[in-house]
Design a protein around this ligand. Sequence first.
Ligand SMILES: [Cu+2]
Length: 505
Amino acid sequence: MSRLIPIMLLAAGLLPANLLAAGAKGVPAPATGKAGAVSTALVPGDLGVPQGEPIHAVLGIPPNVPPPINRNYPAKVIVELEVVEKEMPISEGVTYTYWTFGGTVPGSFIRVRQGDTVEFHLKNAPDNKMPHNIDLHGVTGPGGGAASSFTAPGHESQFTFKALNAGLYVYHCATAPVGMHVANGMYGLILIEPQEGLPKVDHEYYVMQGDFYTTGKYREKGHQPFDMDAAIAEHPTYVLFNGREGSLTGDHALSAKVGETVRLFVGNGGPNLVSSFHVIGEIFDKVYYEGGTHAQENVQTTLIPAGGAMMAEFRVDVPGTYVLVDHSIFRAFNKGALGMLKVDGPENKAIYSGKEVDSVYLGDRAGDNLHAVAVAAKANASGTLSKDEQIKAGQQLFEGTCSVCHQSNGEGMSGVFPPLAKSDYLAKLSKDRLISIPLHGLTGTVTVNGKDYNSVMPPMSQLTDDEVANILTYVLNSWSNAGGQVSKEEVGKVRAQPAAAGDGH
Ligand SMILES: [Cu+2]
């Protein structure tokens, strides 16, 4: 039994007394130990003194993880992690000041083996403004290391712990105000591999959910400050995988080939929300729920608590795009909690007949990260926005918002959704009334090109002023429509007016 090894080392005088003392301090007495008595036996999970040369941990940059450990003895592992405060995009054309472990959200992935002695170095970059620390849920000891790692900008702290329990653990900053540090992106995962390692798979990926609170609304362009009131009310503006809308879509999607096995290490940094983690079109063969040792099999959706994690393993059998979501589904489609796993390979019609549903399901998320929208947002901010940039951005936004009903070619759907292409109804609208349709919706009978429609268009109030302006400019200049231009100021004016009864008729 591995538990005997340290005792044998101890008997052979191989275990230095100071290390033993450090190991015993702050660790609950083993179940077999006598309460109050100073136990000389090692605690469960302690595999004895580190062997070999100290190892400098290779850290994983999300969505990647470091390679498996493949070691059969406990070692001393040196982890160096730097806290960096920096501005990064949170969505296209939107920036946020993140506080990070290692320059990314989530922070660098740490991978050690059960029984390893981890010498932790926390550095706080000199040009940072805040003090920070770290609480690793995989640490046995007060504050999970927080008490020993409070670090001012330009300083470094060091503490050492023994990784007693195998599992997948969240780490996070625990400096007051704790919620704010976490909300700004200060969390990551540490994997403590069991002694025998994890089963071999073809791909391992690192995904972490977090909720974000900005003073501006979802996708409102420009730099967005943290909103403490929204955070306290638990009303996030964004719910995201890997800290940014689009971090796992388009070109950044995770990938695998048909027949390969995938392991997802998924954490939830919170600070507030619980995640109903689901991959659309895939079933988890195994879920190590709560990041622990036991696996549940054949799981559709698994709950990941704030400050918790899980490992999911599955084989991909059919090519296509599998969509990672928080199945509290408004978060996926209206707050950003959406990622993709793209699986290449031959079809397997016996298992699935084919036909992709990407564009309908995903809207603007199916494309490559709304590049034109970002260009337009930049131009808008610097006051150089051209009609052409508006049209390009508007096209991408139309794809994600309007095309589900009016179709990409603007032709609509006979008897259900009226056409926007060459619509005589649209051509006769005043600009204000045109603007009011996406803002307030449209109901009642409308006659378009001689045909009556009596249906409901819901308001698209999630769209910002510049998005509405860009979409309508695109519509006016497409499909042989009459042309024209709508500015975000004009949209703002209409939004400020109360919606008149029978608006748009
Ligand atoms: Cu912090």
